[in-house]
Design a protein around this ligand. Structure first.
Ligand SMILES: [Zn+2]
Ligand SMILES: [Zn+2]
Length: 682
């Protein structure tokens, strides 16, 4: 016996004793012993803290980190001796029947322990622990695999024809046929071996595909035609207790052992996962000094800061002062993104005639978020099922744009370019924020059909080309004042989008600043056309949004009653013979989401009445586009009624918005008298 191995065995025992691992091991043995059942293998999970072990004995620490499979053998023999001396499992006969899985709690935070999915070559032959991270883009159904099997020699006189001598155990990266096959021969007499099926131990297996988070950059919309590139995913094996521990679309940090799976002539690099953790981006974002200064300058009003923010936003794409309402809505939608379940959502549908400029503006805005996805028209928006590529024939759910955009934005381009069935699916997702994937059992070798519900946590952006919609369709005769012709898109789908926005320029011509901007950019694409582009750079907005979206905001009671009052009054006012009220219940959710978003965008944690006023004006103008004006007669462009050229115009806007607030209170008192709102007189 190698004295070094002998010494490591002693250290293992000391470590197990000190770390509480021995106690857990004894407990696990008791479960096996109590079951009285005899198995081919007995599987034990041992948690390893690499720093503690290295402290105890550097040789063993090094061995575990760099030779985990051989290190597991040391644990195996220690465990076997423990079981035998303490009579922990009566049925157990040989050491070969013990399968040990070492699970490191963490790895040394050094570059050589990181397996980056985006850098080649992978050192996938080294069979040691690595950490890696990425986003889950495909997920198979849970199937069975063989943890271990007992084989017997077919030659009756051979000592291996009985007992538990020939045990085959699954090892990382091995395929099913590596563990159990019919052509194994006895190592003593070379007669064929035969499996004793009674003792086979099955476990759960799930194949997951992960991509490096950097791939998302390619989907951000720099190019609309994404058909020429292929996304290289990386295969993960989740076994036993790890099956179903990952959710499609989430970002994870994993520890595992890379391996190479041979499938016919093809070899696939993959990782046998040992531990899974949800990835949390470190480092909080902050707000740039210029934004802080702007906030202090505008602190006298709850409206000025966001007005300036919207006014100068995206000056790289459109001139300051243009598309203000749309830019405000975009900013509100950007900060209303979150990875949390049941978050507030804010979807945007834009009616426009200058689709090129709008598309540019939306693509630009999308890139400000880590998960801003420009949906490529050639693929699916929602998850689909396909056959697993690893030869198992089982079903695999593929994440598509909407899932990859989890906690971000999914921009789907021109809404009228989608077929009816896709639009119906989109509508149901907008209503429920989930989609159901159907897996026919017959096709994928399962007994029963399966339905998997995938949550869709993203804001959708889309636009409709007004010109093409009015060309293709004959205008309805009985249009109400302010109403837009959206007959190209099903009414319910339009309602599904939280906000309908009509960009403020007349459809026949672009405003002259926009034309100037486009011409100048065409001559010199890199040009900084405005001073504000330097003071508030794209990355400043990026950091600002990351900061603002993480703010936790609460509704003040005043804001709440204003929203409620408006909602009830509106429901009463907006009626038609078919629907009863044209105001759907989701309108209340959208109002709250808008008001919260406006508070976040103002870097506040309390939603004030002022936020509610903006929310109501935005929603009311959206409702006007859908259904015509109501008794609360708002201006065509109620949030930015005039150009913001100087401080004086900001002040005038404040006065105007205050008048809107009072008008709103009158409206509520007239149509929803039950709601009492303390109107404060200035
Ligand atoms: Zn034999
Ligand atoms: Zn007031």
């Amino acid at each position: 016996m190698d004295p070094e191995i002998q010494k490591m065995r002693e250290v293992v025992l000391v470590y197990l004793d000190r770390s509480g691992g021995l106690q857990k091991f004894v407990h696990d043995c008791k479960k096996y012993n109590d079951s009285k059942q005899s198995y081919a293998v007995y599987r034990f999970i041992i948690s390893i803290n690499p720093s503690d072990i290295a402290e105890l004995d550097a040789t063993l620490g090094n061995y575990i980190l760099h030779n985990p499979l051989q290190a597991a053998q040391i644990f195996q023999s220690v465990c076997f001796v423990a079981i035998k001396t303490l009579s922990l499992i009566e049925q157990l006969q040989t050491e070969a029947q013990i399968s040990i899985l070492l699970k490191p709690t963490h790895l040394p935070p050094l570059p050589s322990y990181v397996l980056s999915l985006s850098t080649y070559p992978f050192n996938y032959t080294s069979q040691r622990f690595y950490m890696s991270e990425g986003i889950v883009i495909a997920m198979g159904t849970v199937t069975k695999y063989t943890q271990g099997a007992r084989f017997l020699c077919t030659e009756e006189t051979c000592p291996f024809s009985e007992g538990f001598r020939c045990i085959r155990v699954h090892c990382p990266g091995a395929t099913e046929s590596a563990t159990v096959r019919t052509d194994f021969v006895c190592s003593l007499c070379s007669s064929p071996l035969q499996e004793d099926m009674k003792f086979r131990v099955l476990g759960d297996k799930q194949i997951v595909e992960m991509i490096d988070a950097k791939i998302l950059n390619a989907l951000k919309g720099y190019s609309i035609d994404n058909s020429h590139f292929r996304i290289q995913a990386f295969t993960l094996f989740l076994r036993d207790e790890l099956a179903n521990k990952m959710t499609i679309g989430n970002h994870y940090r994993i520890i595992g052992i890379p391996a190479c799976v041979q499938n016919g002539l093809q070899a696939t690099a993959c990782i046998e996962v040992n531990s899974v953790q949800i990835y949390k981006p470190n480092g909080r974002s902050s707000v740039s000094d210029n934004f802080k200064y702007l906030l202090s300058l505008t602190s006298s009003s709850c409206w000025k800061f966001t007005a300036v923010l919207a006014n100068i936003f995206a000056s790289q794409v459109v001139p300051p002062g243009t598309y203000n309402t749309l830019k405000l809505a975009i900013l509100l939608s950007l900060v209303q993104t979150s990875e949390k379940e049941n978050a507030d959502y804010l979807d945007l549908l834009i009616m426009t005639s200058d689709t090129v400029v709008i598309d540019r503006l939306l693509n630009y805005s999308l890139c400000l978020l880590p998960r801003g996805i420009r949906h490529p028209p050639s693929s699916d928006i929602f998850p689909s099922v396909s056959k697993d590529k690893h030869g198992t024939g089982s079903a695999s759910i593929q994440a598509c744009s909407a899932v990859l955009a989890k906690g971000g934005i999914c921009y789907i381009g021109d809404l009228s370019s989608y077929k009816k069935d896709k639009l119906e699916l989109l509508q149901s997702v907008l209503e429920s924020r989930t989609t159901t994937v159907f897996i026919p059992g017959k096709k994928y070798g399962e007994e029963a059909d399966q339905q998997v519900t995938v949550s869709i946590q993203t804001n959708f952006w889309s636009f409709v080309d007004v010109d093409s919609s009015s060309k293709k369709h004959i205008q309805k005769e009985n249009f109400l004042i302010g109403q837009m012709d959206v007959s190209l898109i099903p009414v319910n789908l339009v309602d599904g989008f939280g906000l309908l926005i009509y960009n403020e320029f007349p459809s026949c011509r672009l405003s002259s600043p926009v034309v100037h901007h486009i011409l100048k950019k065409a001559i010199n694409p890199e040009a900084m056309l405005y001073k504000v582009s330097q003071q508030f750079r794209t990355q400043d907005y990026e950091e600002f949004i990351l900061f603002a979206r993480n703010l936790h905001v609460v509704l003040s009671s005043e804001a709440e009653s204003l929203i409620q009052g408006y909602y009830l009054a509106s429901r009463r006012v907006r009626r038609d013979s078919i629907h009863g009220s044209t105001l759907s219940a989701s309108a209340l959710k959208i109002l709250i989401s808008l008001a919260k978003a406006h508070a976040k965008l103002s870097l506040r944690q309390t939603v004030f009445e002022e936020d509610a006023v903006i929310a109501i004006l935005l929603l009311e103008s959206s409702l006007t586009l859908k259904h015509g004006t109501s008794a609360l007669c708002v201006a065509p462009n109620p949030v930015f009624p005039f150009d913001l050229s100087d401080e004086n115009s900001l002040q005038q806007r404040d006065i105007y918005l205050m008048q809107c607030h009072h008008q709103l209170l009158k409206f509520i008192n007239a149509y929803s008298p039950g709601i009492h709102i303390n109107s404060h007189e200035e």
